[in-house]
Write a protein that binds this ligand. Structure first.
Ligand SMILES: Cc1cc2nc3c(=O)[nH]c(=O)nc-3n(C[C@H](O)[C@H](O)[C@H](O)COP(=O)(O)OP(=O)(O)OC[C@H]3O[C@@H](n4cnc5c(N)ncnc54)[C@H](O)[C@@H]3O)c2cc1C
Length: 312
């Protein structure tokens, strides 16, 4: 069968890979210029790098371990947290482990799907400039609110997604020419408006200098300040962050902010994937199965196996 997967985050890639292995023809459509979705690294023209989305991931299932194929490292961070499970990262960028998977797939980057339509037998996907026809199954892996818009015609999608809650996150990326003299790599609940502070440079395979840090504002602060400009966010949060790090603005060699409108799942659907009335349109992603990278992987993986087992 011919499958369309919308989104080249980990849910889309795990689903596409398993469908391919099941002998299906798969095309992945991704609106951005790169793969990975919220498993993301910002690279600057000066070659500074910041994993500004997901910070690390846990690996609990055999399927996820096999998917990673040993292509990851442990992040042995020092900080104010109880580590019950190992933290894993790709190197040199958090999403590096996805590249070998992506190379085996037909991925159409810079292609935002704007609408879907089903005829008697097949699905047609529409972007701003092109139509893609003849798909037996379509899998949407965009964050829940964006999936709801694409599948607005499906009552089953609407009722499943109605209960999902996703939090935004304003992220800051800061670089200092010399290592910041603090005895932690990670600080959780760092200050009133800061939820997470991490020394990106402490991850395996990253350069020590410049010392690159990623800072996440709390969900509450991010929600209340969602429409601020990047400059306004930096102005509001930098003093608080610099105080924690014992630095001044003069010590900074780079600073920037990024808004994740749909960052973290606060309330998921609670099942691996969702399906429309025809059994040919599906939704997958962290927001179905849980809250994190491994849940997103599992969602895509289990959905692919469900489709492989479907009677046509
Ligand atoms: C700031 C932040 C910190 C986080 N920290 C952690 C952490 O430490 N550990 C952890 O496990 N998880 C963390 N997460 C959550 C984790 O990143 C996600 O659970 C996981 O990456 C979700 O993967 P996904 O494939 O479901 O969705 P996504 O990664 O969002 O992928 C969806 C893809 O669909 C594409 N897309 C959307 N709409 C369209 C369209 N119309 N047409 C084409 N393409 C489209 C998007 O561009 C995107 O690439 C964090 C997330 C953020 C933002």
């Amino acid at each position: 069968m011919r499958m369309a997967v919308i989104g080249a985050g980990i849910a889309g890639l795990s689903c596409a890979q398993e469908l391919r292995r099941g002998g299906h023809e798969v095309i992945v459509f991704e609106k951005s210029r790169g793969i990975g979705g919220r498993i993301a690294t910002r690279r600057t023209p000066e070659d500074l790098r910041f994993d500004h989305g997901a910070q690390f991931f846990t690996v609990q299932t055999k399927a996820f371990r096999q998917f990673l194929a040993g292509d990851v490292n442990k992040w042995q961070a020092v900080g104010n947290f109880d580590q019950t499970r190992d933290w894993f990262i790709g190197s040199p960028d958090i999403k590096s482990f996805l590249r070998p998977v992506a190379k085996t797939l037909d991925i159409r980057l810079n292609t935002q799907i704007t609408s879907l339509e089903r005829s008697e037998e097949f699905w047609t996907l529409q972007s701003d400039s092109e139509s893609f026809e003849g798909f037996d199954r379509v899998i949407i892996t965009a964050p829940a609110p964006q999936t709801a818009v694409l599948a607005a015609f499906s009552g089953q999608f609407q009722s499943a997604i109605a209960s999902v809650e996703m939090d935004p996150c304003w992220t800051m990326m800061l670089a200092f020419s010399d290592p910041v003299e603090r005895d932690f790599d990670v600080k959780k609940s760092a200050s009133e408006h800061v939820d997470w502070m991490a020394r990106n440079s402490s991850k395996w395979g990253r350069r020590e200098r410049p010392d690159c840090w990623v800072v996440h504002a709390t969900a509450d602060w991010s929600r209340h300040n969602l429409e601020l400009s990047r400059d306004a966010v930096l102005k509001a949060l930098l003093p608080e962050v610099l105080l924690e790090l014992g630095q001044t603005e003069d010590d900074l060699i780079y600073f920037s902010a990024h808004r994740w409108r749909y960052a973290n799942v606060a309330k998921p659907v609670g099942q691996a994937f969702i399906m429309d009335e025809t059994g040919t349109l599906f939704g997958a992603g962290d927001w179905c199965a849980g809250t994190c990278v491994e849940h997103a992987f599992t969602s895509g993986f289990e959905l692919a196996h469900h489709i492989r087992d479907q009677k046509t």
